[in-house]
Write a protein that binds this ligand. Sequence first.
Ligand SMILES: *Cc1c(COP(=O)(O)O)cnc(C)c1O
Length: 231
Amino acid sequence: MIAKNFKQVQRNIINAAEKAGRDSSDVRLVAVTKEQGVDTIAEGLRAGTEILGENKIQDAQGKVETLGCDGIEWHFIGHLQKNKVKFIFDLFDLIHSVDSAALAEAIHEKAQTRGTCMPILLQVNVSGEASKFGMDPGDLSKVIRQLAPLEGVKIKGLMTIPPFDSDPEKSRPYFVRLRELRDACAELAFPNVSLDELSMGMSNDYEVAVEEGATLVRVGTALFGPRPSAG
Ligand SMILES: *Cc1c(COP(=O)(O)O)cnc(C)c1O
């Protein structure tokens, strides 16, 4: 079932990219494995999954220990508390969800003490919903200017989560907005900053996200079925 879902999602990504005149090899599928057990994840890996997305440090620790990181990229996609920053370096290759300048600075400081650098995406609250984490779009260029000199973080792009709607077309304006924000900030050409990555699109709207320029789509349910907590 997972292998079949995986093929279908990949096919949909290719079709959406073609429709938009994009090269589908510029779109990477992040298989969101939060709440899924290692057996399910192993099945996903056998189906060809190369990038796994987790949203809780503690859950990820056990999974990384069991499954390793040979040929697997682990991405963090959840809200990261500053007191958990010390754990990310042994677990993750990319943090999608850096939702404040203060968090980026905390990652930078810890990275410096370890002599390393963490690739990050800046999470932007394009919808302005009070319940959502993420930076204010109006602050973005100022924040990037402030973070660009920090050697412990490498800004690779932007991420967003639009308000959930079963109609994927409702997500499109938010994806367009994120792309336009990226284009505007890229023009400012901050040193040490690349804004190539756009992490946007989930099970219900990843095809629309690909049409609008996503380079990373974060898909869970469409690959693995409903999560245990979804009943
Ligand atoms: C859970 C989650 C996803 C995947 O959601 P699905 O609807 O199951 O595809 C994607 N991104 C983030 C940030 C998530 O927390």
